[in-house]
Write a protein that binds this ligand. Structure first.
Ligand SMILES: Nc1nc2c(ncn2[C@@H]2O[C@H](COP(=O)(O)OP(=O)(O)O)[C@@H](O)[C@H]2O)c(=O)[nH]1
Ligand SMILES: Nc1ncnc2c1ncn2[C@@H]1O[C@H](COP(=O)(O)OP(=O)(O)O)[C@@H](O)[C@H]1O
Length: 201
């Protein structure tokens, strides 16, 4: 028997959850606390919010540019969400995973389904709010959407939460630090999963 070792391909971590639950905030803190975690920057046709930067928060594209990326197979997955398109650039994610780095995708449910088909070994985490009232408070408190956009996002939120069983883990984002710690524990455990151990005869 050879000495046991862990597989050196990185983990693909998918974080989904309703708008306003705190995906961006939680992933931001995770990245700060774990600088080795790689964040995949998505492509989108939505307009930048105040302070958002091209290449940092998103790659902001026109619809024509986005459709051309889709047609060229440059996206791992894509989805239409409340009137805008979002997708994950393929090359960056594949390169990082092959280099043994862990990659986080912060994406909605339809995209997560497509990723699960392509990467069944991925780790699928769903962030839940402590309550629907708190979700409303957070999304309204963020102040980035119009009232009608908030309503549409909250409407989508209830159907998104029905897809919970597709995910491996549910993390309630009550206190930010607790949510981060739970995700960090999941990642430690997943790195030790038996499917990642190599022992040759
Ligand atoms: N399928 C898919 N969804 C994405 C991608 N990038 C972001 N999203 C999701 O699109 C939804 C809307 O994102 P955004 O407009 O930034 O709103 P926010 O999540 O409420 O801040 C959220 O659920 C994001 O997680 C992507 O590359 N693919
Ligand atoms: N654990 C938390 N407790 C209280 N407020 C939070 C928490 N996590 C996030 N928020 C706040 O909720 C709002 C939405 O968070 P955000 O990360 O933008 O959500 P998402 O990316 O899921 O749409 C922001 O104003 C953020 O500061």
């Amino acid at each position: 028997m050879t000495n046991p070792s862990y597989q050196d391909r990185g983990l693909l971590i998918v974080v989904s959850g309703p708008s306003g639950v705190g995906k961006g905030t939680v992933c931001g803190m995770l990245r700060k606390r774990n600088p080795n975690l790689i964040y995949s920057v998505s492509a989108t046709t939505r307009s930048p919010r105040q302070g958002e930067q091209h290449g940092v928060n998103y790659f902001f594209h026109t619809k024509d540019e986005f459709f051309s990326m889709m047609e060229q197979g440059e996206l791992i997955e894509w989805a239409e969400y409340v009137g805008n398109y979002y997708g994950t650039p393929r090359q960056f994610v594949e390169d990082k995973l092959n280099a043994g780095e862990d990659v986080i995708l912060e994406i909605e449910v339809q995209g997560a389904k497509q990723v699960k088909e392509l990467f069944p070994e991925g780790i699928f985490i769903f962030l839940l709010p402590p309550s629907m009232d708190e979700l409303k408070r957070r999304i309204m408190g963020r102040g980035t959407e119009t009232v009608s956009a908030i309503q549409r996002r909250l409407h989508v939120a209830s159907s998104e939460c029905k897809e919970l069983s597709m995910y491996d883990y549910a993390v309630i984002n009550d206190r930010l630090e607790h949510a981060c710690e739970k995700i960090e524990s999941i990642l430690v455990a997943e790195h030790c999963h038996t499917s990642r151990v190599i022992i040759e005869d």
